[in-house]
Design a protein around this ligand. Structure first.
Ligand code: ATP
Ligand code: MG
Length: 365
């Protein structure tokens, strides 16, 4: 028979508590500010300040390091005064990545889409979160950005501003239309923030000279459009690898602020990330009921061995797998041995170099 603590682990496993790749819309819920982990104001607070000053910000980090998570936290559904406009580039026509007119047209269409999806019913959901009465299965619902639900009047204005088909308009007019739409939002005391969070998806999906051309087009012409023509705040997720390329250097002068994602500093911070995830599933618990201090240290060592500061693969994926192994053993907590087994499953090349922990039966302690 399982003990109470073992049941807790099974419950967490059933709820995918350590899911390494949660829905994009849920990222803000899982975020533990790097500023809190490190006792500084150089990450989330710096991004917030820069965006409120209307700057173009590059958020630099490897895949899995937390760029989307930081963005989701700073521009989450509870944010006040900022109007985040996610401008997905990957799924669209490639010309959007390199052609300023196509990009401006895409901004117009993106805003139009927000307007179409504005629904007063969503306001209630946001209100419930603001008042702390978060419904249990909230993660199943999607939330319209607060700024849209906030003003019906603004919604109507935007609808008329974005009604004309940008594809049929001449270049400069499309850019003006994009500017006009952003100005409508700004005139209501909100700061529009263009969010380009998927650059890596399409920048890394192409090879050779075409890749260099697209990177040069994006980092040169699109960042220039953002700065000189649209002149509103923007946040760009930028993979570390691009930082040293000649194409990226074309963005210099058009990007005001560069924020590098910090590393998770210690085992306590890893514990805080996991604790936060557990807290979304159960109310009363202490972290040592879930994972031992040794196991946290092992997880930290594994994270630090990876040069990429990849929280997705080197913390959550391993914790998620270790939780499954602990449940297989009907263990009371996730122990160091479960982390070692999980590392050997998740990153076999690393496990070969790690001294294996002495084998014991975790069920017997
Ligand atoms: N500060 C944090 N607190 C809690 N969880 C975090 C934090 N940073 C990252 N994560 C988690 O790590 C995973 C990866 O984060 P995220 O998706 O933001 O990475 P990314 O840098 O955007 O990666 P990619 O370049 O592949 O898009 C997610 O599961 C996210 O919830
Ligand atoms: Mg991301």
């Amino acid at each position: 028979m399982r003990t109470l603590s073992a049941e807790l682990l099974v419950r967490l496993q059933d709820a995918h508590a350590f899911d390494p790749a949660p829905r994009h819309a849920d990222l803000w819920r899982h975020h533990v500010p790097f500023d809190a982990m490190k006792g500084t104001g150089r990450c989330e607070a710096a991004l917030d300040r820069a965006l409120r000053r209307g700057e173009r910000v590059a958020l630099v980090g490897q895949s899995g390091a937390g760029k989307s998570s930081v963005t989701a936290h700073v521009l989450g559904p509870l944010v006040e005064g900022l109007a985040p406009l996610a401008v997905p580039v990957a799924i669209e026509d490639r010309s959007i990545a390199v052609d300023p007119v196509a990009f401006a047209g895409h901004v117009v269409q993106t805003v139009a889409r927000y307007v179409r999806h504005a629904h007063p019913a969503d306001q209630g959901r946001v209100d419930r979160i603001v008042k702390g009465r978060t419904p249990r299965r909230l993660s199943k619902l999607s939330i319209t950005p607060q700024w849209l639900g906030a003003s019906v009047e603004l919604t109507a204005e935007l609808a008329s501003a974005s009604a004309a088909d940008p594809a049929r308009r001449p270049g400069q007019e499309v850019i003006e239309q994009a500017r006009e739409i952003l100005d409508v939002i700004a005139s209501h005391g909100l700061r529009p923030v263009l969010v380009l969070d998927d650059t890596d998806t399409w920048l890394s999906g192409i090879a050779g000279t075409e890749a260099a051309q697209i990177r040069a087009g994006f980092f040169g012409r699109i960042t220039r459009l953002l700065a000189e023509e649209l002149a509103h705040a923007a946040v760009l997720a930028v993979h570390e690898n691009y930082l040293r390329t000649a194409e990226y250097s074309r963005s210099s002068g058009f990007i005001d602020t560069t924020i590098r994602l910090p590393a998770v500093p210690d085992a306590a911070a890893i514990g805080a990330i996991l604790e936060h995830r557990v807290g979304q599933q159960v109310r009363r618990f202490t972290l040592d009921q879930v994972i031992t201090a040794d196991a946290l240290e092992r997880l930290l060592a594994h994270y630090q061995r990876g040069r990429g500061r990849d929280i997705r693969r080197r913390v959550l994926y391993v914790a998620h797998t270790a939780l499954a192994r602990a449940c297989d053993d009907a263990a009371e907590t996730i122990q160091a041995v479960h982390i070692d087994v999980a590392i050997s499953e998740c990153a076999p090349e690393v496990a070969a170099r790690v001294r294996p922990a002495p084998r014991r039966d975790p069920a017997r302690g």
